[in-house]
Design a protein around this ligand. Structure first.
Ligand code: DOR
Ligand code: ZN
Length: 429
């Protein structure tokens, strides 16, 4: 199958491209990129007015399969990913059974190959059963295709345990992705600790509960030489710790979510909207501003969603009983376009770095670029398309978005994964 994508504005900092071009896809590869190409036998798609970038990758996604298919499964989660413009996702291991051995990794990959609408790069747990007590079967998981290690959903509580994970796991060359949460300090904290938690009568989840483990893991990365990636960073001081460590030359990267960039604790009110209950919690407006600044200046390497689908009945329980998390795959690109690019805070090139290039680099995946010979993983979006979150429902099984009803401008229209079209004119293929 061949496609000629005509007259899209191609942005790819890795290829030095920021101009209107034609892109020819033949089989699973990009065959040619030039100002004007002949179609030959290729299917011609007019992409004028649209942007074409190397396929987006979300390196923090909960697909929930196996075990929690009432929230999401690999088919529906990757369908949401395609709708949001993603060509690949890194799946989190907090499934049932936990992805802490090669057979669960193999299962995720096999399901993704059978029913997936994008590539799935599985991460594996650091510790058995996410309990933070014994090492997971790291070598077995890598042999079956795990791309990273994380106990996401929980922090590894013991510093000695985290050191052993890093010391042992670093021989596989994979990154340690750290969900930073000191459980003793955070306890049953529900939202950011401060005036809002007091006013709403909810237990506080203090910033230090996250920052202590960021500081600890940076020191452990120095001690062990392991590659460290801080997940869903939410506080200004946590980000400052990462900034300083990078300046010192520590091999550390970090990620931020659109909800920590564009929402804050001030969005929580007497309606107790459980879609806004996330882990780590929405912080202060100053924290959100610092995270946005970090995305602009590159201290935040990657934008991720932490797509965390939950069933309606789970999220409609009392605030304290509802699970943490919000969905994000279908809104991430549009939120970044609307709030960061359209406002002139950052360029399309920075978006491509944070949502396509950096995630692949951190996970050690093959780079994808808009040039001949590259694998044809491509995202096309319309920067002028205005839509309202949730008005047409979601491709995800879940609807726990914190942005429902918000009007956004910019949306993925077409996606290609290895030359196969997974999104066509905004519809999942
Ligand atoms: O909000 C969250 N939900 N944060 C996490 O770290 C885990 C996730 C989940 O699994 O629901
Ligand atoms: Zn997490």
């Amino acid at each position: 199958m061949a496609f000629l994508l005509k007259s899209a504005h191609v942005v790819d900092p890795a290829a030095g491209l920021d101009e209107v071009c034609d892109v020819l896809i033949e089989g699973d590869k990009i065959a040619a990129v030039a100002p004007s190409l002949e179609a030959g036998d290729a299917t011609v798609l007019d992409m004028s007015g649209k942007y074409l970038v190397p396929g987006l990758v979300d390196m923090h996604v909960h697909l929930r399969e196996p075990g929690y298919e009432h929230k999401e499964d690999i088919e529906s989660g990757t369908r949401a990913a395609a709708k949001g413009g993603f060509t690949g996702v890194c799946s989190m291991p907090n499934t049932d059974p936990v992805a802490d051995n090669g057979s669960v990794i193999e299962y995720v990959k096999a399901r993704a190959a059978a029913v997936g609408h994008c590539r799935v790069f599985p991460s594996g747990a650091c510790s058995r059963g996410l309990k933070g007590e014994a090492l997971s079967e790291m070598g077995d998981m890598v042999a079956h295709g795990a791309v990273a290690f994380t106990d996401d959903g929980r922090g590894v509580q013991g510093a000695g345990m985290m050191r052993r994970c890093m010391d042992y796991g670093k021989m596989f060359g994979k990154v340690f992705m750290s969900h930073c949460q000191d459980e003793d300090l955070v306890g049953d904290g529900q939202i950011n600790e401060g005036a809002v938690s007091t006013r709403l009568g909810l237990l506080g989840w203090p910033a230090q509960g996250e920052e202590i483990q960021i500081a600890r893991d940076i020191e452990l990365a120095k001690l062990t030489g392991a590659k460290l990636h801080i997940q869903h960073i939410s506080t200004a001081y946590g980000l400052e710790l990462v900034r300083r460590a990078k300046e010192e030359g520590v091999e550390v990267t970090c990620e931020a979510t659109p909800h920590h960039m564009f929402l804050s604790e001030d969005d929580l009110d007497e309606t107790y909207n459980t879609s806004l209950k996330v882990n780590p919690p929405l912080r202060t407006q100053a924290d959100a501003e610092a995270i946005r600044q970090g995305v602009i200046d590159g201290t935040v390497d990657a934008i991720v969603t932490d797509h965390a689908p939950h069933a309606a009945w789970e999220k409609s329980r009392e605030f304290e009983l509802a699970p943490f998390g919000m969905i994000g795959l279908e809104t991430s690109l549009a939120l970044v376009l609307t709030n960061m690019v359209r406002t002139g805070k950052m360029g399309y090139d920075r978006l491509v770095e944070a949502m396509s290039i950096a995630p692949r680099r951190i996970l050690g995946l093959d780079p994808v670029s808009i040039r001949p010979g590259s694998v044809a993983d491509i995202t096309v979006f319309d920067p002028e398309l205005t839509w309202t979150v949730g008005e047409d429902g979601f491709e995800s099984k879940a609807a726990n978005s914190g942005f429902t009803g918000v009007e956004l401008t910019g949306r993925a229209t077409d996606v290609f994964v290895g030359g196969k079209q997974t999104l066509a004119g905004g519809a999942v293929c």
